[in-house]
Design a protein. Structure first.
Length: 347
């Protein structure tokens, strides 16, 4: 028995839809991606634009009150404090291919026709074999997409000018340095800066240096309307917090007693009700000692209307016995309030 090209195309399309819309994660090398999950949830759309995603922000107030009596002269102000941020949008592609030769190696014949003629009855083995071939390829495609976007969101854009600058283009290590972010100079505008405390001394857990720093910083992160809920840390930073808690004999019910048995484990670390999530990507990037705190109301991906994970089904070229499938995404990442986010690290 043999498949027609049209039948192979239909099976490939259905398999692609399944893996992209539902996804699978059975491989042994796939890690959690909390930043990607949060960014996907926060993603919004924009209608399009020539080069940039733009918006207005301001950090100064000109108007003020003035007391007066009888016929005292009073003054008037003309506020003009708005500035515009501009972030680039990019086009992202991922595609895979498979050949008629690959199918033949697994005993699957493909009739090279697009008019529907040819064999249409297939054994369960042939159908299952074709789907299995495609499963592996589309599973790789789905994970490749997620891994690529996760890496892109964790970067600052310097790795590739054709990729979207990620959170590190907004949440920088030195917020007072002469750096233009989104078209606005952070050095000249105090309100256009993230929070950053690097090199916290965690060598003596009983001093509670990490916890005390976060307690102090949390007030500043909320000072101008921020309320960061996304806390992502590397393994060393989380371990430093755990050691500070243990140094004071702080055990939760989850860790100390479990069904009548003594449990030396500890419940997941939280701060002000916000779970500090372990993000393996930070370890992979050599940043296991870091914590990033984000308010996803103000920092998020923006995708062009109708261009989110758009699936493409290119026809087989006349000079190659190949089949192609692809996805594209057109968008960028924006931040319209930087003082609600912070980066912290231990020495």
């Amino acid at each position: 028995m043999a498949f027609t090209v049209a039948e192979v195309e239909n099976i490939a399309n259905s398999t692609l839809d399944y893996f992209i819309d539902k996804g699978r994660a059975e491989s042994q090398h796939i890690q959690d991606k909390p930043l990607l999950k949060a960014m996907n949830a926060a993603q919004t759309t924009f209608p399009g634009g020539k080069e940039f995603i733009s918006g207005a922000v301001k950090g100064n107030t000109t108007s003020s009150i003035q007391g007066f009596q009888h016929d005292d002269e009073v003054g008037y102000s003309n506020p003009a404090n708005a500035k515009r941020y501009n972030y680039p949008w990019k086009l992202i592609h991922l595609g895979i291919e498979f050949s008629m030769h690959e199918a033949a190696k697994d005993g699957i014949s493909i009739v090279d026709t697009t008019n529907g003629k040819g064999e249409t009855e297939h054994s369960d083995r042939e159908l299952t074999a074709l789907v299995n071939i495609l499963n592996e390829k589309f599973e790789d495609m789905a994970e490749g997409w997620d891994r690529g976007f996760n890496s892109m969101y964790w970067a600052d854009g310097s790795q590739d000018p054709n990729l979207v600058p990620g959170i590190k283009s907004f949440v920088v290590d030195n917020p007072t340095a002469g750096l233009v972010v989104g078209g606005i100079d952070q050095a000249a505008n105090w309100w256009w800066r993230n929070r950053a405390v690097l090199g916290i001394d965690a060598s003596t857990p009983s001093n509670q240096n990490v916890t005390r720093t976060l307690q102090k910083e949390y007030r500043q992160l909320r000072r101008y309307g921020g309320n960061p809920k996304l806390w992502m840390a590397g393994s060393d930073f989380i371990e430093a917090l755990e050691q500070e808690l243990r140094s004071k004999g702080n055990y939760s019910m989850d860790g100390f007693m479990s069904q009548g048995k003594t449990d030396t484990g500890m419940a997941d670390i939280s701060f002000k009700g916000n779970k500090i999530q372990y993000d393996p990507t930070l370890d992979d990037n050599g940043e296991s000692k870091r914590l990033y705190v984000l308010d996803t109301r103000f920092i998020k991906p923006r995708v062009m209307d109708g261009e989110d994970k758009k699936k493409h089904y290119p026809a087989r070229p006349e000079n190659k016995y190949m089949f192609f499938r692809a996805m594209t995404w057109i968008g960028g990442m924006t931040c319209n309030k930087r003082n609600a986010h912070g980066v912290y690290s231990i020495a």
